[in-house]
Design a protein around this ligand. Sequence first.
Ligand code: NCD
Length: 389
Amino acid sequence: MSLTGRSLVSINDLTTAELAAILDAADRMAAAVGFDDPATRIPARPLDRIMASLFFEPSTRTRLSFESAMLRLGGQVLGFADPGVSSVKKGESLADTIRMASGYADIIVMRHPQAGAARVAADYASVPVINAGDGPHQHPTQTLTDLFCIRREKGTLAGLKIGLCGDLKYGRTVHSLAPTMARFGSECVCISPRELAMPAEVLDEVEAISGSRPAEVETLDEALGELDLLYMTRVQRERFDDEAAFQRVAGCFVLTADIMARAPEGMIVLHPLPRVDEIATEVDADPRALYFRQAAGGVPVRMALIALLLGMDRECAAKGSFRFGTEPAAPCGAEATQAEPPCAATERTIEGKRCANPRCVTQTEAYLEPLMCGPDDAPRCAYCEEKME
Ligand code: NCD
């Protein structure tokens, strides 16, 4: 197994062993940067690598933690946080923008509003590409951050019962997290109004991995009593077609101190953030509310990922900046029995078929050939992974 030179488009690009290896490396990075005790931080030495940070969509945590991670590794960062200042504004294609960035940086981190855009970037880049969120599709580094936090808090990733609550339709973080927790032998319960239900594709994926389909409920109380972890999410206003549809579900769940009083004593609360109104600020003082700590963990996790994809982990160790490969691995849980996600079936074009998903990158990047995967009787778009009509 080597991660050197690879891109990370979907969490399914990583085997379960690779996920565990990244988490182990993140634990070592956490030690190096003094995650638990800033006084123990080991100063970084200069690292002769540049990361391009290309954000075509708003971001606070993901962009800043990626940039912080690269700076903490001793590397350098260039890029933009607003596509309005790039040549995309002049009509440049995504493929061309990425070809350019490949010439200026050793690794590219990209966030984009269209599903499948990260796949396009990885196809056209000559350096590794990390998907920092592609529309409603995937957010693999948020999942790594979530796993890092869960493993440190619960001591395992196996045998947990996880409530995913809120906007499960458009929330890309839960699309990456649910199948991954199934791979580690944990069970998800989907808690959402019907309009924001988890997409069938994701439920199918979890079922294919774990052998059972996640339960779906519409109220928190139906699941609360048995949860080890409650993962709250924001209603993704920017993905709705019209304001009236958003207003019908806005504020559908609000986690309050009252609800926390009825929740199990050991039930931790995570949220990828930003929060709008789905967690009352009174909950922040509850020791089970871990979302700010979760967000901080994004730095060691992204340090580990960048170093591994650049093949610089040994380099960092040789310089004595970071302690790679010295500490024993922490347990993930039932490694031996972990199922791998169904392998992406052979990709192909099918005469006369195009992806109909209005949020798919193939709608605007006209040079892309329609590409299908999955069985002939239920093909999926290879970019956004939605079912074809
Ligand atoms: C999430 C995202 O962008 O998908 N935020 C993040 O990266 N931490 C969640 C959200 O925007 O609601």
